[in-house]
Design a protein around this ligand. Structure first.
Ligand code: BJW
Length: 226
């Protein structure tokens, strides 16, 4: 099982969350990624996600995304990639099967009828839900205090995993930060591929530091014996 975070998309030009000054495009992540922030000031939160959705058009997958697709092509359903990222770079890099545990920028969720819809436009102008016509669409993303998606499937995969690899994540956000301990308790060998040691670096058998665009293709080559 592979867990990915913002660092895998960094070389594609997608900003990470916790950079040197602790700000994310000028915001503290907790101030825009909570249901409370959305209730207090929906226009700011919707505009913030509209801008990020629009910026996806200007980025492309990098060799790390492509290497995971190559691994999947070789091992098929033996591999499960779980991403915390809400971009679509894994899919555009060729990966067929990916779990978006923190949701997807290119989907809108109607809190009135509970349907999800593919979404490429803006939400700040409060468009009508294509399903029920109400104006209760929000980004289909998981904010602090909300429950990440597909947790049962993820826990099963962690429990069964022989190898757990964490790529480009700071290990600051739970439950993803605890996956390594779960996988290890159930016998997995754990490897970290990150620019620098993550907060949970000591939980891994092997922690390699550098850019995902270099480390991930090399790790896939190693695994496939090429
Ligand atoms: C590179 C690189 C390159 C850079 N190559 N590497 C106290 C203690 C413990 C937990 C809690 C607590 N208080 C509250 C909690 C829970 C809370 C939490 O974890 N809070 C922390 C702040 C402590 N978590 C939640 O609320 C979650 N829900 C939950 O726990 O529900 C309960 C429950 C769970 C399970 C079952 C049942 C019940 C929800 C968390 C939602 C997080 N949402 C966000 C926003 C999503 C939408 C959006 O994108 O806008 O998700 S926050 C943000 O952080 C985003 C990310 O997915 C997530 C993780 O960030 P990530 O990916 O790690 O990025 P960075 O920037 O932090 O790190 C990047 C790394 O890459 C760095 O290490 C760089 O060095 C590296 N890097 N360039 C390789 N080129």
């Amino acid at each position: 099982m592979v867990l990915t975070g913002a660092g895998i998309s960094a070389e594609s030009g997608v900003p990470t969350f916790r950079d040197a000054d602790g700000l994310w495009e000028g915001y503290h992540v907790e101030d825009v990624a909570t249901p409370e922030a959305y209730d207090r000031d929906p226009a700011t939160v919707l505009k913030f996600y509209d801008e990020r959705r629009a910026s996806l058009a200007g980025v492309v997958p990098n060799p790390a995304h492509e290497a995971l697709a190559r691994l999947e092509a070789a091992v098929g359903e033996e591999l499960l990639v779980v991403t915390q990222n809400i971009d679509d770079l894994h899919e555009r890099g060729g990966l067929q099967r990916v779990v978006h545990m923190h949701g997807e920028l290119l989907k809108a969720w109607c809190t009135s009828c509970d349907q999800r819809h593919p979404w490429t436009g803006t939400l700040v102008d409060r468009p009508a839900c294509p399903g029920c016509g109400s104006t209760a669409l929000r980004p289909d993303v998981v904010w602090f205090g909300e429950i990440p998606y597909e947790m049962d499937r993820i826990i099963d995969a962690l429990t069964d995993a022989e190898i757990f690899v964490s790529i480009g994540t700071s290990g600051a956000v739970y439950p993803a930060a605890g996956f390594v301990q779960h996988a290890r308790r159930h016998g997995a060998r754990a490897t970290e591929l990150n620019l620098e040691p993550s907060e949970g670096s000591f939980f891994f058998h092997d922690s390699r530091h550098g850019k995902a665009g270099e480390l991930v293709p090399a790790w896939v080559d190693e695994l496939l014996g090429s």
